[in-house]
Write a protein of this length. Structure first.
Length: 746
């Protein structure tokens, strides 16, 4: 029999599970088996597990929660002992060895747990953590701890737990009801009621805060309530307080529950709910002074209560010596310190005034061009119906002002100029362009959506604007490649919440079933007897559009195909850098009219990509996006563009490895051949799409979850299912929103 079965449940843990698995492989105790249960993940969790090594038993199941996933592993486990690890945490190397030795010394132990460190950078923390010099010091025999565990005086970190398999099974395993939400505490209570519990007073693991369970505060409290109710009968056997005074035992536990619930609601600004919770707590213990103070404070408000508390703390700490710090002789000057102190004071006063009477958080979305709105609109639409939020819109661009930009998408409320937005107070600022954004002096949490994956203009690692990148609280990365490049360039710490691996919400609609290919073709007036080719060049004075655009469209039409021409929004910018000074709005209309091509007037490329049988581009993100549909891509060879747009050479090679490359002289022949053999390069296209678009179809849900966690709010969208909310389609006669996809409501 294997000594230890290690169980890791994983749901959408592609970013962290490799580190968790490696921490198991690094154990000094080698007699174990590793069982990973993929609980219906929609990201690349499974591929990360498979890449981590061959000695892993991996189970795949429909999503049912962590409890059900752990039970699935218990059914096939062969170890005498079972240890649990969450997919976003890591173990220290001596964890299994220390715990196995404890069970050899105290075989009567029903459950063993230990100390855990908390760190947002667990791998770095693990490297700096040393083993204790005397691992046997302070170790006590297991004892009855049910009373302390039930009343909340003691916590057991699941990532440090080890228990005999027969104990886990005889006590019924984990409760699989999703609404329980604290199924681990429920099981530890059942074990503690029957068996002694041991503890190792040393760090065994490192917990990464801020996971899905940590953010589901309301569900956690509801689950605690259920566990308290169903575990109360166990007090008769395991709780000494119950033996002395049964009624007071339950009242004491319920008082703590309602006090903690009220405290949580109080500090998140839910005063009415907090008042109700503190009232319930006072019904159980009317003599609790702390509860009475908080109950009274709900009538005053959090800001004033917090101010009074800080004043009292400052008074108590007045005589303490200040910490000695090493001075920075360049930056740390009296003038800078004074200026920083004044700024902090002004911001605190401003925050307090802003919060008075507010019931909703104010969010500012800033667009630099129509594409900016296309990139972020699935997320914006998912947030618009939330009464806890107030969405505002602005633009800071010489070509598109705020009204022009948002009117086209039907957004005409809370649209302000950049100058006006600069002096407004916002809780969060959503942005899509590092180079073109409004600075908000009054402070706001900042979130960045990347507006492409093609690697142009140094976006793969913009080290020249590192200070700008550093101002963001969340960077919503579309893929691992870009996250890795930012980490290697020192632009972001990959092990912090700032580096959020989300995917690309813009392309969710290409794979989630919201688009109707035949309806789009009908509204465009496409001849269904002909194959359709989309020409979508990027923007630049050196793009294929500027070099040979009319000739390219002519060559495609001579092949007898439906031809759709989709220009990048920046091609309509009259500047030399963007369009070469050509009025493409007039010019492209003339060309399409003369050649009988369909001009795509909408800024969102998705409907046109979806209806096309093949794509011709030079070097653009749509070239990679089209690969999600696994249809032929033809790259028009345009060397000057690569240099002028500072395209990452690796991205050039990557796009061309999944495409046919053509010059003008052989373009028609190459396109016809690609249409006749659409399966050619199919495997490579799918591989590229999987690398560049993390978990397509579910990126919108992940982005919404990330933003709401930053705001400290429960998210209205679950990442378990695709969020069927599309990006906006412009109001144009060629393509109405009704048939293409759901409308973008204001």
């Amino acid at each position: 029999m294997t000594r230890v079965s290690v169980v890791i449940p994983a749901f959408n843990a592609g970013r962290t599970i490799a580190a968790a698995i490696q921490s198991v492989f690094a154990q000094t105790c080698g007699d174990y088996e590793l069982i990973v249960v993929d609980d219906g993940s929609t990201d690349d969790t499974l591929s990360q597990v498979r890449m981590s090594g061959d000695h892993i038993t991996c189970l795949c199941r429909a999503n049912g929660g962590a409890g059900a996933a752990r039970n699935e592993a218990l059914r096939i486990a062969t170890g005498h002992l079972v240890a649990f690890l969450d997919a976003d945490d890591v173990w220290l190397p001596w964890k299994l060895e220390r715990q196995v030795a404890y069970f050899e010394r105290f075989p009567e132990t029903g459950l063993l747990h230990g100390g855990a460190l908390v760190s947002r950078t667990p791998l770095q923390t693990a490297l700096g953590t040393r083993d204790v010099e005397d691992p046997g010091a302070g170790i006590a025999a297991p004892s009855g701890i049910f009373c302390e565990l039930f009343h909340g005086d003691l916590d057991i970190n699941t990532l440090t737990v080890m228990a005999p398999r027969h104990v886990l099974l005889e006590t019924g395993g984990f409760d699989e009801r999703r609404e329980l939400h604290v199924e681990d505490w429920d099981l530890w209570l059942r074990i503690a009621a029957r068996h002694p519990v041991g503890y190792l007073p040393m760090p065994l693991a490192i917990h990464r805060p801020g996971g899905a369970m940590s953010s589901a505060v309301e569900k956690t409290f509801l689950g605690q309530r259920l566990v308290i109710q169903q575990s109360a009968h166990l007090c008769q056997a395991g709780c000494r307080l119950h033996a002395e005074a049964p009624q007071q035992c339950l009242e004491r536990r319920e008082h703590r529950y309602y006090s903690e619930l009220g405290y949580q609601q109080f500090w998140t600004g839910e005063m009415k709910q907090a008042r109700s919770a503190f009232a319930e707590a006072l019904r159980r213990r009317p003599d609790s002074i702390r509860t009475r103070v908080y109950h009274a404070a709900t009538f005053v408000g959090r800001r004033w209560f917090d101010l009074a508390r800080r004043v009292l703390r400052a008074g108590r700490a007045g005589g303490e010596p200040a910490a000695i710090a090493t001075p920075d002789l360049i930056q740390d000057t009296p003038v800078r310190r004074a200026r920083a102190a004044v700024a902090r004071g002004v911001h605190r006063i401003d925050d307090a005034i802003y919060a008075i009477g507010r019931t909703r958080q104010r969010i500012l979305f800033e667009g630099a061009s129509p594409l900016s709105l296309v990139v972020a609109s699935p997320v914006i639409e998912a947030m618009r119906g939330d009464r806890r939020l107030e969405l505002w819109f602005t633009a800071n661009d010489s070509v598109w002002n705020a009204s022009d930009l948002f009117d086209g998408a039907g957004i005409n409320q809370r649209v302000v100029s950049a100058a006006a937005a600069r002096w407004m107070k916002f809780d969060a600022h959503l942005n899509t362009d590092f180079w073109n954004m409004t600075w908000l002096p009054r402070g706001a949490r900042r979130v960045h959506f990347f507006h492409g994956v093609a690697g142009k203009y140094d976006l793969d690692a913009p080290t020249r604007i590192a200070p700008v990148v550093a101002t963001f609280d969340r960077l919503l990365f579309p893929n691992r490649d870009r996250l890795r490049r930012y980490a290697e360039a020192g632009l972001v710490d990959p092990d912090t919440p700032t580096a959020a691996l989300i995917g690309y919400p813009k392309v969710d609609c290409l794979v989630d079933g919201t688009l109707n290919r035949y309806a789009i073709g009908a509204e465009l007036g496409l001849d269904r007897s002909r194959r359709t080719v989309l020409y979508a060049p990027t923007w630049s004075a050196h793009s294929s559009l500027n070099k040979a655009g009319e000739s390219i469209i002519t060559a495609l039409r001579q092949g007898g195909h439906n031809v759709i021409v989709k220009l990048h929004d920046r091609s309509y910018d009259p500047s030399m850098r963007a369009s070469g000074g050509i009025n493409w709005r007039t010019e492209i209309e003339r060309i399409c009219r003369e050649q009988g091509a369909h001009l795509a007037r909408g800024y969102d490329a998705a409907p046109y990509l979806y209806v096309a049988d093949a794509l011709v581009t030079d070097h653009s993100s749509v070239g990679f996006e089209f690969m999600l549909l696994d249809r032929p891509v033809i790259v028009f060879d345009c060397p000057e563009l690569i240099d002028a747009a500072r395209v990452n050479p690796q991205k050039v090679t990557l796009l061309r490895s999944g495409a046919d490359v053509a010059a003008l002289s052989d373009l028609g022949r190459v396109v016809d051949r690609a249409l006749d053999t659409p399966a050619s390069l199919s495997a490579r296209r799918r591989e590229i799409a999987a690398d560049l678009f993390y978990g397509p179809g579910f990126a919108t849900g992940r982005a919404v979850q990330c933003i709401y966690e930053l705001l400290g709010l429960p998210a209205p969208v679950s990442p378990l299912e695709p969020v069927l909310i599309p990006t906006p389609v412009d109001r144009v006669p060629v393509l109405s929103r009704s048939s293409a996809r759901t409308s973008f409501h204001v």
